[in-house]
Design a protein around this ligand. Sequence first.
Ligand code: SAM
Length: 305
Amino acid sequence: MTGKIDLRSVLPYDSSSQRRFRSSTGIEKAAVGSTYWQSRAKHYEEYSSWCRDLGLFAKCTEPLKSLGEASRCLDLGGGTGWVARHDNELTGRQWTVLDQCADYGKYIRPPITFVVGDAHRTRFPNSSFDFILARSLLHYVDCPRVLAEARRLLCSKGTLVVAQKILAYRGSESEWFSELDRLKRPEPTKAWSAKQLLIAITSAGYILHKVSFLTMPRKIMVREWFESGGKLSNPNQHRINKLFRTAPKSVRNYLKLNFTDDEISYLEQWMVVACQPLTSEAVYKATKSRLPRGRTHGVLHGLQL
Ligand SMILES: C[S@@+](CC[C@H](N)C(=O)[O-])C[C@H]1O[C@@H](n2cnc3c(N)ncnc32)[C@H](O)[C@@H]1O
């Protein structure tokens, strides 16, 4: 479980499911992704200050309280591994951080292990972890494949926590958001609604334990934002300026969106989902209270209890 994995040995990706990189081979895909993340690595924790938010940290690590301090924890697509580092400082828990971009490893020191790898297909053996966190990862990856990989890596009673920024509005507003995202990033990302994300998680074979929400105020300097993932072209900057100034009223009201020449401020919506691999035992536990008294076996959701 320790030591660095050469990304090239994990590639190629299954390009058929990487819709975002239709024209690329897997190796080019990794290069595109890494260039973007490399350019963000140096100032990641200053710019993406949400990653140090203690409220979000508490929600993401809450299930660990019942798992005990000996749990084996994985921060999947963990970037600088702030959650792993902070939790390790507080509890001494054993963490591994896996990210596709080696530059994030510079933030991580023993006893935390940093592994360069692909969240779609890691090198860890089955059931290697008791707890996996996937925070702000699923919109960058092939979500069903990563959730399936997390299932493979979790022990049967293990817990996965997914934390994602979510869209809190619908319809034409989500088109507005998508255009903004396309202009801002070299590779488009998926914008999830709470419902879509819950469907994705349950469809991947997890049973939900706890779903919670968090609203986080954010303030970003426009120039930093334009430069955070590699400098944006002038036409893209102009179009983004225009998009902000013409944002639908519902978006402005709901997100408390404010945009000046220097600063953007808005409310970010997060959803944190704690779930477990769907096993007959997990289904039984979750539904026991709903079964007739005294009944300890039967068939539920097609699973023999
Ligand atoms: C928004 S950052 C979140 C980092 C961290 N989870 C956190 O909450 O601070 C997304 C991270 O996912 C990583 N990532 C994206 N695609 C990945 C993949 N296929 N395999 C591993 N890591 C990936 C990126 O390199 C980046 O560090």
